[in-house]
Design a protein around this ligand. Structure first.
Ligand SMILES: [Zn+2]
Length: 374
């Protein structure tokens, strides 16, 4: 029997430390100080100002010499270059990201490049960026360019429920869309893996999906409640750990590839990452249906359409505000999603832009259509 050579595996599974609870940020002064007394605080200009009464006193009580810097215009190479200068001029010895996915991705990547301790304080439950060892890099205009695997997960993740409760409801809905994608993507990319860790990651993704199916509608209705906390934990923490456990073998498939293509259409910047990913899951299932004749995908898509209706996730291009998109724009997004390096090619069949476009415009097609075609 041929034995595959044992390849070297580097895993970054979870944050070193998570502090979680009501007013967790206010209680974290000591944990923050342990990682450095000259932090550079990175976030958006508006959100750092509006949240100043929450983060400033914590740093001041510990006598820390902090400086602030903004990730403007995006998590882009230009922003990172400016931030490296800010880091040097402040002689920072730690970095704290406060904000949404892009603020945290910028802070994490900067810390990775400059070999400094990194702390994340998510201000919404819209992504699992606070806990993962991965950053997405965008153009200054917000188009997705590439992702970077980081050497490790954050040293400290502060999950402050009282802070996250103040975020718009829509951010939690988007986080649910991003997190539920784990199952649909991991089961395709890694469902047949014999690796213990990857089997565990795929099974956790299924558990995550079921938690979200069961609790999302209630959580959205009752911010701050027990069930809301469980869903926040699922989208921010569990989704991140699944990505960490699965590692580079257990990556995204078509749902995120569709998201990446859509970010190149300027009008999609009004929608959140998880909203585009949620739409991308439907596109992925539609491809499995149309290209591979997969009947399980038909059922899964109907189940998701019902769920999206309950929680308010986008079911179609129209729901994403792309009802008037031109054929040329759709084609260009589809071409980017089908680029040779794209994760869409982790599907067990080949996909060309024309097929992808057909799937993108028919995410809400009724069940009967496949049968009629057959
Ligand atoms: Zn995502």
């Amino acid at each position: 029997m041929n034995q595959a050579p044992t390849s070297l595996l580097s895993l970054a599974i979870a944050p070193t430390r998570i502090v979680r609870g009501d007013k967790a940020l206010a209680a974290s002064g000591n944990a923050i100080a342990q990682l450095g007394n000259r932090p550079l605080i990175i976030g958006g200009e508006k959100s750092l100002a509006s949240l100043a009464s929450l983060w400033k006193p914590v740093l001041e009580q510990e006598g820390m010499e902090y400086a602030i810097a903004f990730y403007s215009p995006d998590c882009s190479e230009a922003s990172l270059a400016t931030l490296r200068e800010a880091l040097t001029s402040h002689q920072a010895n730690s970095i704290m990201g406060i904000g949404g996915g892009k603020a945290l991705d910028t802070a994490k990547l900067l810390a990775h490049q400059c070999h400094l301790p990194i702390m994340t304080v998510p201000t919404s439950a819209a992504t699992c960026a606070a806990g993962t060892a991965l950053s997405n890099v965008y153009s200054d205009q917000g188009a997705f360019l590439y992702d970077v695997s980081l050497a490790r997960c954050p040293d400290l993740l502060i999950l402050d429920y009282s802070l996250i409760e103040t975020a718009p409801r829509r951010t939690l809905v988007a986080g649910i869309g991003d997190a539920i994608a784990k199952w649909y993507e991991a089961s395709v990319s890694s469902g047949n893996s014999p690796s213990s860790l990857i089997i565990a990651a795929v099974q956790q993704a299924r558990v995550l999906r079921d938690i979200l199916f069961q609790n999302s509608a209630d959580a959205i209705k009752q911010p701050g409640s027990e069930v809301w906390r469980e869903v926040v934990d699922a989208t921010v923490l569990l989704a991140g750990v699944i990505g960490g456990l699965g590692g580079s073998q257990c990556r995204t498939v078509a749902a995120h590839a569709v998201h990446n293509g859509l970010t190149h259409i300027a009008t999609t910047h009004k929608t959140l990452h998880g909203e585009k990913v949620a739409f991308g899951i439907l596109v992925q299932l539609r491809l499995e249906e149309m290209v591979a004749g997969n009947q399980l995908a038909v059922a899964a898509r109907q189940q998701l359409l019902k769920f999206y209706g309950e929680v308010g996730l986008p079911q179609s291009l129209d729901d994403l505000g792309l009802g008037n998109i031109t054929l040329a724009q759709l084609h260009s997004a589809a071409e980017i999603s089908c680029h040779p390096d794209s994760d869409i090619h982790r599907l067990p069949f080949e996909v060309v832009p024309q097929q992808l476009m057909a799937a993108m415009v028919s995410t809400t097609a009724p069940v009967g259509e496949l049968r009629v075609k057959n």
